[in-house]
Design a protein around this ligand. Sequence first.
Ligand SMILES: *Cc1c(COP(=O)(O)O)cnc(C)c1O
Length: 472
Amino acid sequence: MTSEGTHLDPENWDDFSHDMHQLMDQCLARMKQARDLPWQPMPSDLADRLSLHDSTTGAGSAQSLDQLAKDIMPYATGNTHPKFFGWVHGAGLPVSVGAELVAATMNSNCGGRDHGAIEVERATLDWLLGVSGMPKTASAILTTGTSQATILALTAARNRQFGHDVRKTGIQSLPKIAVYVRRGTHSCIGKALEVMGYGTDAIHVVDTDENMRMDIASLAVAVAEDQAAGRVPLAVIGTAGSVNTGSFDKLNAVADFCAEQDIWFHVDAAFGFWAKLAEHPWKQLTDGMERANSISCDFHKWMSVPYDCGACMIYDRTLHFDTFTSRPNYLEQQEEGLGGGDLWFCDYGLELSRGFRALKVWTAIKAIGTKAFSASITDNCKQTSLMADLVQASDVLELSFPVSSNVCCFYVTHGDVNEIAAELQISGEAVFSTTFIKGRPCLRAALVNHRTTSDNIRQSIIAVEKAVKRRK
Ligand SMILES: *Cc1c(COP(=O)(O)O)cnc(C)c1O
């Protein structure tokens, strides 16, 4: 031990500052060139280059920061590129580089206590709840994503149903439950039920109507069946933007049914929530969402905030608090000082220690504003319609269903869709993912990227057509 103690800070701050500035320039250059940098396969020796086996003595910040730029940054997922349409991946924002820098500098723990980062999350969630249209009694918390938000929401539903004693007694002596989803609901619902101890057997899949929305008559039959069998209907899951088709359930109709039957209404709005910011007619797809007992959504998809950040909204702040608060004496609230503050997020979710996710969200909204988000989200919907038109005009492609929001799927006349998708990914021409619609394999595009242009759509469809024709 030296007289200064064994700290881990740089030995030479001038050198460190120089290296950091250089890295920042490389980061910004990459973001500026995002349109020319598609996903690329990793070099075969990358795993070796990244190995930490020989790390007894540190390599030093200069060499490590240099390696970040050279060995790691180029091999990203590729979702910053405007012709990345696979899965549902947000595109990122240059301004977030600044937010992440400040968040790392502050190193705030957002589980609780009285400090500025909490106020940033409070302001962010106030804004979010305002967009949601939920009642003033609602509360929210930022999560890693929709998967985690779903666990929070269904846990609150369980506690409303059975009382907060379930926190102590567990579910073992409680009646069996059922959760209603429509065909095509995301797998995060099943995962939430697994970790809650109910298992996926608790899921009751309800048929969809001709527009791939939950069929309310089938829902009513399913609920009646379960009730007759002694199962408690715990929650109905409405989907706002389904992964495969981008379809939105008739949320008002589901809300009416749930209100009538007194069943918890949860909306999985991972990406579809943000249609709220779009123009007519897409905004209207979200009508009725505000009547939900809980909503989950992601900032890292259509809001372009870098990974990861989602949110859980619950209609009743007291229920939300009572479901998760747990304060041993070392976490007791103080009147004054750092131990004060009226909003401790550890009372509203699973985590005690929490990062400063709110800052990148707050910065995105502050810097860009809802008007610009609205324009880019609306553009994506229009571009999806354009893609559908091009598919319909093509003699080697066939639309899988009429487009309703930002997801377009299509079949090909020749060749294997997985091979075609891989070929276009490797060539850097476009990233489509694949799925099955009506039992047939197809290419799938979900448009959530503010960098995408109509020309990008035209180029990508031409690239697919060429790949199909090569297989004729
Ligand atoms: C992405 C997605 C999820 C899961 O969200 P994560 O943020 O990846 O946990 C759930 N539902 C839908 C509809 C999605 O698109």
